[in-house]
Design a binder for this molecule. Structure first.
Ligand SMILES: *Cc1c(COP(=O)(O)O)cnc(C)c1O
Length: 423
């Protein structure tokens, strides 16, 4: 597959080959990452990338769209089935792009939006001051309580009554507990506000019925397709039929041009995989692994934010171990364990330092690791952090990580082709 690239452009080949090696040899614990199937890779690497298809199936602004129409229609129909949605737009290039389109389909510049505080697990597209969302809208944050680090619904109800938002937009990049969608829906109804949800992180679990679905309640549900859903990098918007015309128009021509048809074909493949019974079993293992890893770390003296997890991710408060998020991320990197530092709620450190790391199990579960391996990973993390000043100890941990990863290979044929290109 990569021989022609290697011959024509050895520099780019080397970057790709080294990245493949890195993905194979490291423990990937970044909660938003995963390994897509070879079938998804093939669809995404197909000549559909050549096709312009502005518009929607059957209503395009370019000729020659009859076959990409098949791919997009499959993606739409499968998405609707997977999530029980009335309407699906599979064209957003990313999760952030899906959110732009969703907001602008019903809101005006200056409207008030309520969403989860970014420092408490929200996403930058939910109102970060440097993001378009924070510049365009007046943002009222929903907070978590200091004591149990769960959503403060009473405060949220007071804030809704006080600020009368036009939209409640609820979702998270780092919240390990279930959201009470019904309670938020009631708040939105009381204020006459739109109820929108963002399941970018939970989508795979939602599709498998393992995390409560907001889709039946929400006007709009946005998601990425590349996190727990294990598809190509991209976004999607689900909505009620009554919002479909405005939404589709705001996606194109409102906020995007030509859709990425190769990615849309890969989304169709991903949704097809997610409709199979094996996908539910995969998500059950993701959840069981997250709970086991959180417990194993807690047993070793780490503090788990919100006391545990109901999904594929959790945050670790590192203060009991006297290490910052920044240092932990760097140390674990040296040991071949990839995580990201993350602020914990009411974090005394600046975001760039942070007191926590976020951990997720979708990727390690895809490579076949189970609860026994979660215990091993907890030990490796604890060991590495305890010896963070000792480079030779960290390379020994790295060797153990390699051995563990070697027992659970990814992309065997591709890796054989790439051979021994050094990481
Ligand atoms: C990841 C994420 C997004 C954005 O996804 P991108 O594809 O990176 O733009 C949006 N919302 C939430 C809650 C996310 O976690």
């Amino acid at each position: 597959m990569l021989q022609r690239l290697q011959a024509q452009d050895p520099d780019v080949f080397r970057a790709i080959a080294s990245e493949c090696r890195r993905q194979a040899d490291n423990l990937e614990l970044i909660a938003s990452e995963n390994y897509v199937s070879e079938a998804v890779l093939e669809a995404q690497g197909s000549p559909l990338t050549n096709k312009y298809a502005e518009g929607y199936p059957g209503k395009r602004y370019y000729g020659g769209c009859e076959f990409v129409d098949i791919a997009e229609t499959l993606a739409i129909e499968r998405a609707k089935k997977l999530f029980g949605a009335e309407h699906a737009n599979v064209q957003p290039h990313s999760g952030t792009q899906a959110n732009i389109t969703m907001y602008l389909s019903v809101l005006q510049h200056g409207d008030t939006v309520m969403g989860l505080n970014l420092a408490h697990g929200g996403h930058l597209s939910h109102g970060h001051p440097l993001n378009y969302s924070g510049k365009f809208f007046k943002i009222v944050p929903v907070n978590v309580r200091k004591d149990d680090e769960r959503v403060d619904y009473e405060e949220a109800e007071r804030l809704v009554a006080e600020h009368k938002p036009k939209m409640l937009f609820i979702g998270a990049s780092n919240y390990s507990r279930v959201f009470d969608w019904e309670r938020f829906k009631k708040m939105a109804d009381a204020a006459g506000a739109f109820f929108a949800t963002d399941i970018a992180h939970y989508a795979g679990l939602v599709a498998a019925g393992l995390y409560p679905s907001p889709v039946p309640l929400a006007d709009f549900t946005t998601t990425t397709t590349h996190k727990t859903l294990r598809g190509p990098r991209g976004g999607m918007i689900l909505c009620k039929t009554k919002h479909a015309p405005a939404l589709d128009k705001m996606n194109f021509p409102g906020s995007q041009g030509g859709p990425l048809m190769h990615v849309i074909a890969a989304k169709a493949v991903c949704f097809g995989e997610a409709l199979k019974p094996e996908f539910k079993r995969y998500q059950e293992r993701v959840l069981a692994n997250a709970r086991r890893l959180a417990q194993a770390l807690q047993d070793r003296g780490f503090r788990i934010v919100a006391g545990g997890t109901d999904c594929h991710l959790f945050s670790v408060d590192l203060r009991p171990k006297k290490v910052t998020g920044k240092d932990a991320e760097k140390t674990l990197d040296q040991a071949g364990i990839t995580v990201n530092k993350n602020a914990i709620p009411y974090d005394p450190e600046k975001p760039f330092i942070a007191s926590g790391i976020r951990i997720g199990t979708p990727a390690v579960t895809t490579r076949g690791m189970g609860e026994k391996e979660m215990d091993e990973i907890a030990e490796l993390i604890d060991d590495a952090l305890a010896h963070r000043a000792d480079p030779s100890y960290l390379s020994a941990v790295r060797q153990k990580v390699r051995t563990l990863c070697g027992r659970h290979p990814i992309y065997p044929e591709l890796m054989a082709e790439i051979g021994a290109v050094a990481a």
